[in-house]
Design a protein around this ligand. Structure first.
Ligand SMILES: [Zn+2]
Length: 695
């Protein structure tokens, strides 16, 4: 997954004064002397990591389709484990989770009167031999309901609520009909389109890739360019994991063999509507048969005829059948045990499962992870050992419902809450050359600092290249801090309260979740030479090294608190617009106190580390480690108690919602609840402030 962030990052506004790219010898988290010592280790990691190794690993991961639950994905789990052991990682384990993981059985669509059968498959491209593979499987939307229906089709544009409102205004009835929606940019999670179609009474939902979004209207299509060719289609989950990610049968606890399970059908994450993906090659056959009013201009896609709202003149006979099976998935977890603080963890994760070959998503990240692990293994061979424990994780079934990472996070909840410093996620490592990072505000400065340490293939540091691309060229780049969902960091942030970062190099990429997201796409178009795979491995390795070796964790809670003050202002404006009067004095006071305590804590740490007061430094470090946890409330959000973080949650589109419990109360126009939510937030921010009170 991880598509939303890519787009959000491309759109992210950047501001700030021009910043010269200088390297300083003082870094938050370290004494000058300790940071100087670390430089040699950084250089060795950077030199050890080689693009050609990334390419070799990438070929292995992308050789065959490796969907979660498949024998090939298990084989790859064993391969990862074997390699990691060879590299010198410790306690390498395959961890089994039996989870609800439906696979496709049947997908057929025929226009009844014209007897035209849709192909529902992607054409082989001679320049990409893998596209000819026999075992690509039936394209589908995971967690779709089953259906056998014959009905007219209605064009619903992006399938958002306002689109259905417009159809209603035009007198186009969607009830019992098949809704045809296009994928949309900015990306909106397909599960939200499913939920909306379900609420509006559609019989089923077909999701197609319009050439205006990711095809020829954007530029050259594959194999000549990065965009999607005629028959590409976007598979993907439609599960309501914005309510509950992970195995729907185990909300809040881990799925383990012989464990306790609820029935999947009743879970808040299960759609009751059927949905499936279409290419525009197939969709145009339906769109051409639409009657009714002309679609508004902004509904018109890239196909060369007037789009109409519908219904279609011909009925579609649609059969979607998925099995309802429980399958075993396999996370691979290995570690380098910390010598001084083995119970303090820095976790690096990438998912292994792909919809097909997973060229970019996720095998670029998997190749990068292998090279990162190998580099640390080399460092260990030379006699080095980390102070804290580095954990490497190859997650399974991310594409279904963030399943592997969620189950592991639930399994290891106690140890993670006690000792995790941060979770560093790389889903796709490189679909292009543009570095982007999303993280909690406390990690933003750290991520920029790391970017100054790591070379960019285009010259200078990653920071330099990142700055060159800012909207006002050569200004300070920004880390996206408004965190929604869409990749494996969700359990760490929203369920466990662990600072997270999500990292990628992105670029034009129109073959997401299609058969053309392959080795050849990456090798020829996405990252020829694999320089950006290597750059990400270097970045990831240096970030992990610094967190494992720091004297105190470089989490900037003054910055976090300032950001939250912006959210408070926004929320107040929203409440005013809805005529809900809220007294936010106590909330502002708590945020201000949090900010000043956050600043004082880091100032004290900087001073104490230079005067050699290690006891004091350690006390501050332990406090910093706890702060993100204080932002959780065990009750969670209304209707989705699994989501416990009070600053961030995903909307059903996966877009970030800030101060989610309060925001939802205001959006619901519920003044009493809004007041109670202000109280909850005041308590959380006061807990955060108190944790950092070092007097
Ligand atoms: Zn992914």
């Amino acid at each position: 997954m991880a598509r939303l962030l890519l787009i959000a990052l491309l759109l992210a506004a950047t501001a700030g004064a021009p910043v010269p790219s200088v390297q300083t010898d003082q870094r938050t988290g370290f004494s000058r002397a300790d940071f100087a010592k670390l430089k040699a280790l950084q250089s060795r990691l950077i030199d050890t990591i080689r693009p050609e190794n990334c390419r070799r690993e990438h070929r292995i991961f992308t050789a065959k389709p490796h969907m979660a639950g498949s024998p090939r994905n298990y084989e790859l789990a064993e391969y990862v484990a074997k390699q990691w052991r060879d590299y010198g990682l410790e306690d390498v384990q395959l961890i089994e989770h039996p989870v609800y993981l439906p696979w496709p059985v049947r997908y057929e669509a025929t226009l009844v009167a014209s007897k035209e059968e849709l192909s529902l498959k992607e054409d082989a491209i001679p320049q990409d031999p893998d596209s000819n593979s026999a075992d690509v499987g039936i394209p589908y939307c995971a967690y779709s309901a089953n259906i056998d229906v014959t009905a007219p089709v209605v064009y619903v544009n992006s399938g958002n609520p306002e689109d259905y409102d417009l159809l209603e205004q035009h007198g186009v009835d969607v009830q019992g009909k098949i809704a045809l929606a296009r994928y949309s940019v900015p990306y909106s999670y397909r599960g939200f389109k499913a939920l909306t179609a379900q609420k509006r009474g559609a019989a089923a939902l077909l999701l197609y890739s319009d050439p205006a979004e990711d095809g020829y209207k954007k530029g050259e299509v594959y194999p000549w360019g990065p965009w999607g060719p005629e028959s590409h289609l976007q598979r993907g989950g439609i599960v309501y994991d914005f309510n509950l990610p992970g195995d729907p049968r185990t909300p809040g606890w881990a799925s383990v063999p012989g464990g306790r399970f609820l029935p999947a059908e009743n879970a808040v994450s299960m759609p009751t509507i059927a949905a499936a993906p279409l290419s525009y090659k197939d969709a145009r056959k339906i769109l051409e048969k639409m009657t009714g009013p002309s679609a508004p201009e902004n509904w018109q896609g890239g196909l060369p005829f007037q789009y109409r709202l519908g219904p279609s003149s011909d009925k579609l006979h649609l059969i979607i059948e998925n099995d309802k099976k429980v399958r075993s998935i396999w996370n691979v977890v290995g570690r380098l045990r910390g010598t001084q603080r083995p119970d303090e963890w820095v976790v690096l994760g990438n998912h292994r499962d792909a919809w097909v070959f997973g060229g970019v998503d996720p095998s670029s990240g998997s190749a990068t992870m292998m090279e990162t692990a190998r580099a640390f293994g080399e460092l260990k061979r030379s006699g080095w050992k980390p102070r804290r424990t580095l954990i490497f994780a190859s997650w399974d079934a991310e594409e279904f419902t963030l399943t592997g990472s969620t189950e592991w996070g639930e399994l290891e909840a106690d140890r993670l809450k006690a000792g995790a410093l941060a979770y560093l996620n790389v889903d796709s490592s490189a679909s292009g050359n543009n570095f982007s990072a999303a993280a909690v505000p406390a990690l933003a400065q750290f991520l920029k600092d790391v970017a100054r340490e790591v070379p960019d293939p285009s010259g200078g540091s990653i920071y330099d290249a990142w700055s060159r691309r800012t909207e006002k060229k050569n200004t300070e780049p920004s880390v996206t801090t408004r965190l929604g969902s869409g990749s494996d960091y969700t359990v760490f942030l929203n369920f466990l309260g662990i600072p997270i970062a999500d990292l990628t190099f992105d670029g034009p990429y129109g073959v997401y979740h299609s058969v053309y997201d392959s080795f050849t796409w990456v090798d020829r178009i996405g990252d020829p030479g694999y320089y950006y795979h290597a750059a990400m491995a270097r970045y990831w390795a240096v970030a992990a090294l610094e967190l494992s070796e720091c004297d105190y964790v470089p989490l900037d809670y003054a910055a976090y608190a300032r950001e939250v003050q912006i959210y408070i202002d926004e929320t107040e404006r929203m409440a005013q617009q809805r005529k809900i009067e809220l007294d936010l004095t106590a909330l502002r006071r708590a945020a201000a106190l949090w900010e000043s305590n956050g600043r004082a804590a880091l100032d004290a740490a900087r001073k104490s580390i230079e005067t050699g007061d290690r006891t004091r430094v350690d006390q501050i470090h332990k406090a910093l480690m706890k702060v993100e946890r204080t932002l959780l409330d065990n009750e969670g959000l209304a209707g989705r108690p699994w989501f416990k973080h009070l600053i961030y949650a995903p909307r059903p589109t996966y877009k970030a919602m800030v101060l989610p419990a309060l925001t939802e109360a205001i959006e619901a126009g519920d003044k009493t609840r809004a007041k109670a939510e202000v109280e909850r937030l005041v308590h959380a921010l006061n807990r955060a402030a108190k944790t950092l009170d070092m007097r």
